[in-house]
Design a protein around this ligand. Structure first.
Ligand code: SAJ
Length: 431
């Protein structure tokens, strides 16, 4: 009888998860809830202390859920020695990119070395971090075999991409199908049994590379279609057509069309970054990913286009951008989340500052900006702060923003999210 299979099936297995962020912590809570012993290995000691004190720093995980998991035996630690006690080890660490948009595998390599140093026979290792196809086989596996143990014999390896949509109320870990690719059929079977304990549907593919590529297709699909929407916005502006009306009308087609929307650019820790892992892999494989590269250029230029539109709006009112007071409303990377990673609002802010605008911002989720962005603090959204601006730019359409106030008191407002779609008045201008 396969002891690891039995331990997983009977939920006796000890699961260690490297990285307790927006991916690793929900997984830890999910496995703890169904009875597994779970250890969260986290490099940041402050986060470890916070977790063990029942304080969650991941918006999608409530303190109550964390405290319930702690009562069921979940514990966080900085000590990689915990890996030796685990039956299953999940790696959920960041995969950012460098300044030149090359994959930054630092965290995956560090995790792989830590696992290798504590690897023992009978373990299952699963990588979840979004990465280029081939990472599991070409980077993770050789590092693990430096332990002297042989993959597929002494231990098993699989890949399963995370599919979390931060802030989503509808799609959860449990109701989002989980794709799994194992280095061996047994690895796939073990991983499928583990995830099957917390996810309604597990989709097994033929290899880790297929699973890695599945995730990149999902996010690159968004990247390319958002770029198309952004290019349509620029075309429609020149042609005097309301792009939002066109997208809404196209959306009435019950098949063959999925609506994507223009915006001030693409932020977050996934969509702006993941496609560059694919571009890099294509270059490494002496081939090209032209459409993906072009989509990146289009999306990355959107902050500049927003600044051009602001400049034109001020110019139409006899004002130059230099010396004008511009109020940015909403600076996080998408609605109803506080996350600022790769937020296009920061690039809009930088460009406006470079051109001499006097900047203020309001964001209910972001109380202040780093010193690099002037250390600005969010101002209250009032008739006074709106009325004293020469131009207001709505960059993130947080649900709680007061539409009526914005429409009534902004001298002129560039709406990059069509949040004020119901307002047909001269001071409201759409992307
Ligand atoms: N955006 C647009 N137009 C659109 C959609 C999005 O400009 O039509 C912008 C958003 O404002 C944001 C960025 O793109 O700045 C990314 O938005 P997103 O909705 O893709 O949100 P993420 O990056 O937080 O989460 C995505 C997941 N979202 C959805 O599937 C809706 C999913 O792609 C991945 O599961 C996740 O990244 C991930 O972790 O990979």
């Amino acid at each position: 009888m396969d002891t690891l299979q039995g331990a997983i099936d009977e939920r006796r297995a000890h699961v260690a998860i490297i990285g307790q962020g927006y991916v690793g912590l929900p997984l830890a809570m999910g496995f703890a809830q169904v009875g597994y012993r779970v250890t969260g290995l986290e490099a940041d000691p402050e986060k470890v202390a916070s977790l063990n004190a029942g304080r969650s720093y991941v918006p999608d995980i409530s303190p109550a859920a964390l405290q319930e998991a702690l009562a069921q035996g979940y514990a966080a630690t900085c000590d990689p020695a915990c890996l030796a006690q685990a039956d299953v080890i999940l790696i959920t660490v960041p995969t950012p990119y460098t300044k030149t948009k090359q994959p930054d595998m630092t965290y995956v390599q560090q995790a792989a070395r830590a696992v290798s140093a504590h690897l023992r026979p009978g373990q299952l290792v699963i990588l979840e971090s979004t990465t280029y196809p081939g990472t599991t086989e070409e980077l993770l596996l050789p590092e693990l075999e430096k332990s002297g143990l042989k993959a597929g014999e002494a231990f098993e390896v699989a890949y399963s991409p995370e599919r979390i949509d931060p802030g989503s109320r509808h799609y959860t870990l449990a109701n989002t199908p989980k794709v799994v690719g194992g280095m061996t059929p047994r690895a796939a079977q073990l991983a499928a049994a583990l995830y099957g304990s917390i996810v309604e549907q597990v989709v097994v593919v033929s290899s880790p590379a297929a699973a890695e590529m599945t995730k990149l297709l999902e996010n690159t699909y968004r990247h390319v279609n958002i770029a198309l929407a952004n290019e349509m916005a620029q075309l429609c502006h020149v042609l005097g057509i309301n792009v939002w009306e066109v997208i809404e009308a196209a959306g009435t087609k019950p098949f063959g069309f999925q609506a994507f929307y223009p915006g001030p650019g693409v932020g977050g820790h996934c969509i702006p970054i993941d496609p560059y892992y694919l571009i890099w892999k294509a270059q490494e494989s002496e081939t090209v990913a032209r459409m993906i590269e072009l989509a990146g250029q289009i999306n990355e230029r959107m902050p500049e286009w927003v600044v051009e539109r602001v400049t034109d709006l001020l110019n139409d009112r006899g004002r130059s951008l230099r010396g004008s007071r511009v109020l940015l409303v909403g600076v996080s990377y998408k609605k109803d989340v506080p996350d600022m990673r790769e937020s296009p609002a920061l690039r809009v802010l930088e460009k406006l500052h470079q051109k001499g605008a006097h900047l203020t911002y309001h964001d209910p989720f972001v109380p202040s900006l780093p010193w690099h962005y002037g250390g600005l603090e969010s101002v209250a959204l009032t008739s006074q702060t709106l009325g004293s601006a020469d131009c207001v730019v709505l960059l993130t359409d947080h649900s709680e923003l007061d539409r009526e106030l914005l429409a009534q008191y902004a001298p002129v407002l560039l709406d990059t999210r069509n949040m004020l779609q119901g307002y047909r008045q001269p001071n409201i201008v759409r992307l």
